[in-house]
Each structure stands twice: as C-alpha cells, then as structure tokens.
Design a binder for this molecule. Structure first.
Ligand SMILES: [Zn+2]
Length: 683
C-alpha cells in the first residue's frame, strides 16, 4: 500500500515496500516477550551455511503463505494485528449515527459506502462520466494536455506525475516536479524483456485491457484491436522511460527549469493548457526528473492519433479506479495484478481492502485515533533514548574508519549530529474539514479524496517546507529517512514486537529496532544520501579521495549481491539495491556498537534461553525478516524493489561482520564464508 498523496518519486527511503493484508492472526500477549530458545532454531541447517533458515526455518514451515498473499512474514502479522485495532476504532463510526462533517462521519461513510456492493453494482461507471466526457472532447493534439492536466488534478496519472516536494538544492523550499509515469505494468522491463515470465505477464495485461473494453461495450474484435494498440503505445513510453538505476541518481534527475521556458524546451505539448487543466497558477520553476522522457511525451502527443489517446486515457482512468468499481472490474484487476504478476490465488476479504482505502484517505485522522488508543507514551521515551545511543554508536564507527580522512570524518559527524528524529506521530494533525465524504458512492468518495489531497499538495508550491509534516501515517508499519530533511521517522505502528519490546532484553531490542534506527541513519550516508549535506541539500561534503574510496567499498557490496540467484539465469540486482544494502550492513554495525556502549558498565550479561547476548542480537535481526514468498513475487520484487529480498537482507550483510564469524564459529568451509580481504567494510 502506498500513501495516496505521495507519488512514488518522493525522496523518502522506507524500510521496506508495504504489503497489504493477511489472514492469520497474531496473539498479542504471546508476542510481548521474545522467545529465542534453542528449540525455535532450525538446527538441521548450519548457522554458517544459511543463517536465514537457521533462525527462521521452523517459522517458515509453520507459516505458509495464505491464498490471498504474495508473501507472508512478520510484517504481515503486524499488519493483521493493526487491522484488528483499526476495526475496533472504526466500529463506533460505522455503526452509530455521527455528527455531519465530523471525522467519525467521514470514516463511517467512507467505509460503509465501500462495503455497499449493491449500490456499487447499480452505480456502474456513472461517477466516471465527467472524466470520460473530458476525454471524449479531445479533437486534436492541442486538446490533449488540458485533459491530462484535468486527470492529474484527480490523481489519475497518465504520462507522468505532477507533484510537489522539497527542492534538492534549496531544501527549505518546495518545488513542483514532473516524474515519468502512466504505464499499466509495474516497470518498463515488462514491456521490453522477452523472457517467458515477462511475455506471460504482457499477455495477461492484454487480456485485462480486452476485458475492460468489453465491459465498456466494445465488441470482441475491436476490444482485441484496442488492447494491441495500447500495448504498442505503452511500449513506446516504456522505451523512453529511465531505468530504476538511472532514477536513483539524484543529479541526473535534477533539472530545474523556469516554467516560462517549458514550451521551448519541451515542444509538442501545450503547457499553458496543461496548467489550465490542473487548475493551478503556473509556478515559477519546476524540476523535470527525466528530460528525454518528457521530450518523447511531446513527440507522442503530436504523432499518435487522438483516438489512441482517448483509449489510453480511458483505460488508465478505469485501471486506476477499478478497486472501487463493480465486481467485474475488481476481478479483472485481480486477475492481472494479483494472479499473473504476484501469484496470489485469492483476493483479500473486502472489509480489509475497504479499511485500507479508508485509512489512506483519512490517514492522519485515523492515525490520531490510533495513537490515542494504542501508543504508550513510554514507547516514545524509550525510543528517544535508543536513537541517541545509536547516534553515539555511529560516531564511534566513523572515528574508527581507516579509509576516511579526518576532514570528511568531521563533516560526517556534523551531518550525523544534525539528523532530526520523529517518533510515533506528528505534533500537529492534518485538517480534513473541507473533505466531503458521503454515504452514497465509494468511487465518488475516492475521487473527492484524491482531489482534496491534490489541492493540499499544490498549496505547497514555492512555499517553505513544513518541517513538522510526516510522510507516513502513524498506523503504518514502516520507518523512513528523508534526505532533504536529514531526518529519520518512526511511526507508532512499528514500535511493537518483533521490532520493539517495551520491556525487552537489550540485545534483542538493539538487534531489531536498534538496527532499524541504524538502517535509517545510514541512509544519510549511503550511495545516494551521502550526496546530500547536513541541511538536506544536494551538495558535496567529501574530499575526492574519500569519495573514490567510498565508491570502491560500496562496489564490493554490489558484486556480492549480484551473486544471489533468484531463478535460473536471473540474479539479484546489486546496483538497484545498493542503498538499502549499505543501510542494512551499516545498521547492523552501528546498532551493535551502540549496544556495546549501552552495556559497558553493566558487567557480565547473562545468557537468556541458553543464548549469549551476541547470539540474541543476530538472531533477533534475522527473525525480523522471516518471510515466505511466491516465485512470481520474487521476480517482480527483483525488477522493481530497491530493497533486497528478505532472505538476502540476512545472508547478505552478515558475512561482512566479524561478529557473525566469532559468534557462530563460521569457518572457511561454511557456505556463507567470505575471505576477510573480500568483505565489505563501509560504515
Ligand atoms: Zn531503507
């Protein structure tokens, strides 16, 4: 689940990509204390051969993937737990009668309209008619940009995203941006690759387009023609798309331009009409993330027939909204995205899907209720202490680096000191008063919410960045680093087991939430984050020799991860996942240093469950990533996700740590062994 008002190009770096839903439950009481007794370990596997399965083997056997999931791990269990909490919070709002305009009324109506499948079937595509009318009004190339702008203002996103974010070179100010978008399949590679798995998915997409155009009244021959035309059209967009690796380059994607120069720089696209369609004032400046892609957009507006454009825009509108439409549309979407792409065999229960949409649309209002009921103040206090200890641990690690000059070390520690910390929930909450939600139309409410969020985002253009703002909801199980704010953020929902034990053993907490904190801090110093200074500006603070050393050291990690086999000839992408892999390894090293610092005056630390403190630290970390995953989902994630697969988040970083070798007696004969001279040593 992605936050709706955040286009994917916003700079925050989450701990992982969010999942939605599961069907198994978590017993809260049992989960409050970690139990790492030796009986839970899978001793049929050697800790030196496969640490992920040594720790998680039994868990993996006992937790098969439910039919409606593409993967299943600890995060899913936490999400399920969250859903029960939200269900309890929603209960009053959905069952009682509420004061009109109140948050309870909005939550109640949003949810109830989503559950009212009879009305949804009856309504059909009626709420989409104003959008279709706008699309049908296209007669020439000159009409297209207005319609694109109109769709963007409802967060339907053909061709590209129009969004607002901090200016990477003037990080205290917001700037508008344009980022490539508008493909039906999850990435350009799906259109361009010719392996069997990609072809199968392309076929499924073609079937999907066929289905929705048939549902909209086309006969079978013309529906088939349209789907072929649209695949050809989107392949042209895909060809112009930047790769995910290119998009990780903050300099390549920084191209600020005066809006008055857009017509001469990006021809073939009527920019005045586009802004008219957006119904905003033309900003002074804008950042174009992918310049050659935008040039191609102008070419296509001129060269493709208005008829193709109408089909593309209608397909995109229906695809973006199909989760909120009649069952035929919901099912068609599931066949493509759920089954063909992710390998699921069943859809999640409706109430979970509707709860997710409601919780997104009214995110901070729901978050406020969530923290009032479920977030203990002590958790925030304990976290703040942990974060400061991690900061000390990180500073020690910087001091000991042999490859870095004193000059760069000083700058690094300066940046570390400046990292801002947010824990639990925002200090001020968003105001939803002007959002109109009614009991009659689910898709109508979604469109109203999209429009509301869009206006809210647009109101920030060329205004100072609001430092108090959060880019995740408190009820979200995740954490992030924001490079332009130089800040780390931990929503309330991640501060629970197995990430965080309010009264747990230190070794276990440092191995879990400690590493998460260290991970987020390290993002400020990974291959991307290290290019931003302590104020969050894209500005170099490294000597050139240190920069070269750093690049060489991170390259070791790229090559290590490139060796992980996914299937047949498909391997993990060490370059795409580099930032996350640096953060995982750094997080582990820093958290262990912080743990050592925290216990330095505590004398001998006793074994628990027969396990030493070092064992508990590493097992606690590996336990976070316990997860079963379907093969299709593995292939998808390998293409699109900047995070490594769960298994490699354990078996990737560990063999670069001395601690792993000494704690588990790993020898040169062990499968995970890496010779000392080949280990990655970065932070
Ligand atoms: Zn991360």
């Amino acid at each position: 689940m992605k936050m709706k008002h955040l286009a994917p190009q916003k700079l925050i770096l989450g701990l992982f990509v969010l999942l939605v839903g599961c069907t198994q439950s978590l017993d809260k009481k049992e989960s409050q204390k970690p139990n790492f007794s030796k009986e839970n370990l899978n001793t049929t596997v050697n800790a030196g051969d496969d640490f992920f399965r040594y720790v998680n083997g039994k868990w993996l056997d006992n937790n098969p993937i439910p039919d409606d999931k593409s993967r299943f791990g600890w995060f899913d269990l936490l999400l399920e737990d969250n859903r029960k909490k939200l269900k309890a919070l929603f209960k009053d709002a959905t069952e009682g009668s509420n004061e009109p305009g109140s948050v309870a009324q909005k939550i109640g109506d949003f949810y109830n309209a989503g559950m009212d499948t009879l009305s949804i079937e009856e309504e059909g595509l009626k709420k989409l008619e104003p959008v279709f009318k706008q699309i049908d009004a296209i007669e020439s190339a000159d009409d297209i940009p207005y319609t694109i702008g109109f769709l963007h203002s409802y967060q339907l996103n053909p061709l590209f995203y129009f969004y607002v974010t901090a200016d990477k070179k003037n990080s205290s100010m917001n700037i508008a941006g344009i980022y490539q978008g508008g493909l039906g399949l999850p990435d350009r590679d799906y259109y361009l690759d010719t392996d069997d798995a990609s072809l199968e998915i392309k076929n499924a997409y073609s079937t999907y387009l066929n289905t929705i155009f048939t549902l909209m009244g086309e006969d079978s021959i013309s529906a088939k023609n349209i789907s072929q035309q649209l695949l050809d059209f989107e392949t042209k967009l895909a060809n112009a798309y930047y790769t995910r690796i290119q998009n990780r380059d903050p300099h390549l994607t920084y191209n600020k331009i005066k809006c008055s120069n857009l017509p001469s720089a990006y021809k073939g696209f009527n920019w005045d009409k586009y802004f008219e369609g957006l119904s905003i004032q033309i900003p002074d400046e804008i950042n174009i993330n992918q310049t050659s892609y935008l040039t191609e957009v102008g070419n296509l507006v001129q060269s493709e027939s208005p008829d193709i454009w109408k089909k593309y825009l209608k397909a995109l509108t229906v695809r973006s909204l199909s989760s909120y439409l009649a069952a035929d549309y919901v099912n068609a979407k599931f066949e493509l995205y759920g089954k063909a792409i992710q390998g699921k065999s069943a859809m999640e229960p409706r109430w979970k899907r509707v709860q997710g949409t409601t919780s997104n649309a009214l995110g901070e209002a729901v978050g406020q209720l969530f923290v009032e009921k479920y977030f203990p103040a002590e958790a925030k206090e304990r976290m703040e202490v942990l974060v400061e200890n991690l900061r000390v641990g990180f500073a020690q690690r910087i001091d000991r680096l042999e490859w870095m000059s004193d000059e760069t070390k000083l700058a690094a520690k300066d940046k570390l000191k400046a990292i801002g910390v947010k824990v639990g929930y925002p200090n001020k909450w968003r105001d939803y008063r002007s959002l109109q939600v009614g009991p009659d139309s689910y898709v109508g409410n979604v469109l109203a919410s999209n429009r509301f969020d869009f206006k809210y985002e647009m109101s920030k253009i060329e205004k100072p960045v609001d430092k108090e703002e959060w880019h995740m909801f408190p009820q979200t199980v995740n954490a992030y680093y924001n490079p332009t704010g130089n800040e780390i953020v931990f929503p309330a929902a991640i501060l629970q087991p197995p990430f965080f034990y309010l009264n747990g053993d230190d070794a276990v907490n440092y191995g879990a939430i400690g590493v998460v904190i260290g991970h987020e801090m390290t993002h400020g110093f990974d291959d991307q984050g290290s290019q931003y200074d302590k104020e969050g500006n894209l500005a170099n603070w490294w000597t050139s020799e240190d920069s070269t050393n750093f690049a060489n050291r991170t390259q070791v990690l790229v090559e290590q991860f490139n060796q992980f086999q996914i299937k047949d000839t498909i391997y993990a992408n060490g370059e795409l996942t580099l930032g996350e892999n640096i953060a995982d390894l750094g997080g582990l090293n820093i958290a262990f240093a912080a743990y050592m610092e925290a216990i330095k005056d505590k004398g001998e630390i006793a074994n628990i469950d027969g396990l030493s403190k070092e064992e508990r630290f590493l097992i606690s970390y590996a336990n976070l990533w316990a997860e079963n995953i379907r093969e299709k989902e593995k292939l998808r994630m390998t293409k699109v996700d900047v995070h490594s697969l769960a298994e490699f988040r354990v078996n990737g970083p560990l063999p670069n740590m001395d601690l792993y070798y000494t704690t588990f007696a790993v020898t040169p004969e062990s499968k995970m062994y890496i010779a000392p001279e080949n280990r990655a040593d970065i932070w």
